[in-house]
Design a protein. Structure first.
Length: 555
């Protein structure tokens, strides 16, 4: 039996694997328990890590640190891949307001720290550590330590930066989740109704392709080829069916139009009025339901890697007369197919045409779903490498003596966002099935939370025995909760942000993956993740700069 006790207590690779496995397994099971209808989900893994570490069980520090950073990279990278298409859509709509609100959270936190500095007389080094722990921002801690080192501050003073951070960090995680729960109660949110609201908002706000039947009434276009219609439009549209001379056909750009032809057009909603002006009024005829039509429609999945790095307009097999590509769906975002689109694995293409035409499209793009079950890991790890490199690039601001880095979370997140949108152009296929992406995401956040818990428990035991520990905790909770509640109220009541958007905003403004995981669990959609990704890069930079400026100006 001694060998088993030795295996559990002596630091080694097998012992580290066992402890991480126990922490993650028990934490995951406890995360399914609901208290007053609310579950903290994967955050229980953090609690379990704290408890085991507090009990005196430790793991190999180098392995623990690696698993913490690698888990965080996996988590943010998979988030970036999943929300990338929606993220770029959000940038066009309200990114300025959302980032402004996140910056307000940072500013209010800094002002709170300055207030404590003048009211309580605490050293700014300690307060900076408290602030970094309160907003769970490890890069900010590193920036503060570097600034203190460059200013040659006494070692006993700078040591309190790390100690204060270690004491406050666990409470910072709880505080962010507590702020979200307080706002949920204050806003009287019904989660099911909130999810339904977002479903309706997606329909109203999105510029998804829609279909419309129009009658050719423009005399100037009668007898002219269909391409003349396309030349009059600024955005691409698709004519999927044409009722011409008593038959329903799939037209080509060379098809000559006749008066009273009925065109079934697929276009973005904001194009409909322009189309009516150019072509004519809406028709009562439904070309999809005409009994004599030989045309059928089918959704085909792109699984053929040979077509994924080429423009749609350059694929000769897709320029035939017996079919038309009418819609393309990628990661939940629908678009109108056009010649400049570069296909990606997993794209869903809706095709209208004859049986022979659709068979040709199927043969060209694949539609062999089993191919998608095996992810291509090489491009994913190339993306992770690029993200780590980007996160390590030093950037200098305002003649600061130490550089700013966006870190191992910010770099991979930004690269994943870019590759999810543009990876196909660089032969980097980032496609993973939803289940595979979710597996990576859950594995990453579980490793990260277990590592944080196991590394913080021992410091917590030591720090709580000190005279200032409880003061640090109170200050930390104030820095955590008060700015979040104020900005959450402003976001909801002034800028009409929904609760799930507020959750993502506050999680991103705190650069806190556990809060994002909790918010995503509440939402059961990608709304919080998209908002988080929108504000994270700017917030990370502001957090790092703020920590350095406090040390430089108030030391």
């Amino acid at each position: 039996m001694n060998w088993f006790i030795k295996l559990l207590l002596e630091e080694s690779i097998p012992q580290t694997v066992i402890i991480f496995g126990v922490v993650i397994a028990i934490g995951t099971w406890l995360g399914r328990v609901k208290i007053f209808g609310i579950s903290l989900g994967v955050t229980w893994i953090l609690f379990m890590g704290l408890a085991i570490s507090y009990a005196g069980i430790h793991v190999n520090k180098e392995t623990e640190h690696f698993l913490k950073e690698f888990g965080l990279i996996l988590f943010v990278y998979s988030i970036g891949l999943q929300v990338g298409p929606g993220f770029f859509s959000s940038l066009k709509k309200n990114a300025a307001v959302t980032n402004g609100l996140a910056a307000m959270v940072v500013l209010l936190g800094v002002l709170t720290v300055v207030g404590f500095y003048f009211l309580l007389g605490q050293p700014i080094t300690t307060l900076t550590g408290v602030m970094s722990g309160a907003v769970t921002n490890t890069p900010g801690l590193g920036a503060a330590q570097a600034a203190a080192k460059d200013l040659h501050l006494p070692a006993d003073t700078t040591s309190f930066i790390t100690l204060a951070y270690a004491v406050v960090y666990p409470f910072g995680v709880f505080g962010i989740i507590a702020a979200i729960l307080i706002l949920k109660a204050f806003f009287r949110v019904n989660l099911d109704k909130e999810r339904e609201l977002h479903r309706k908002l997606d329909v109203l706000k999105s510029n998804k392709p829609v279909s419309i039947h129009l009658v050719m009434q423009n005399k100037q276009l009668v007898g002219k080829p269909l391409r003349n219609v396309f030349e009059l439009l600024k955005e691409p549209v698709v004519v999927s069916r044409l009722y011409h001379q008593g038959k329903v056909i799939t037209p080509t750009p060379q098809t000559h139009l006749a008066e009273d032809d009925v065109l079934l057009i697929v276009a973005h909603k904001d194009q409909l009025q322009v189309l009516k002006t150019i072509i004519g009024e809406e028709s009562d005829m439904n070309l999809k339901e005409l009994p004599k039509s030989e045309l059928i429609s089918r959704i085909i999945i792109v699984t053929q890697s040979e077509v994924t790095h080429r423009r749609l307009g350059d694929i000769a097999a897709l320029h035939q007369h017996d079919f038309t590509l009418t819609r393309l769906s990628r990661a939940g975002v629908e678009m109108v197919p056009h010649g400049d689109i570069v296909l990606q694995l997993g794209d869903q293409v809706k095709v209208v045409g004859t049986e022979e035409g659709i068979d040709l499209v199927t043969k060209t793009v694949g539609n062999q779903l089993k191919r998608l079950d095996v992810p291509d890991l090489a491009p994913i790890f190339i993306g992770i490498v690029a993200g780590v490199v980007l996160g390590s690039v030093p950037m200098f601001f305002f003649n600061m003596p130490v550089p700013v880095k966006i870190g191992l979370a910010g770099g991979p997140l930004i690269i994943a966002l870019l590759l999810s949108r543009y990876g196909g152009k660089f032969y980097l296929n980032q496609y993973t099935t939803y289940s595979a992406n979710l597996m990576l995401r859950e594995l990453g956040i579980s490793l990260f939370l277990a590592s944080v818990g196991l590394s913080s428990g021992a410091n917590l035991q030591t720090a709580l025995s000190g005279n200032n520990a409880w003061l640090w905790i109170v200050m930390g909770l104030t820095i955590t909760i008060v700015p979040l509640l104020i900005v959450g109220m402003i976001a909801h009541y002034v800028f009409r942000k929904t609760f799930f958007e507020v959750c993502g905003l506050l999680s991103g403004a705190s650069t806190d993956p556990p809060a994002l995981a909790f918010s995503t669990q509440l939402a059961k959609n990608e709304v919080a993740s998209v908002t988080y990704a929108t504000v994270y890069p700017l917030t990370m930079i502001l957090r790092i700069i703020a920590a350095q400026l406090l040390i430089l100006f108030l030391s």
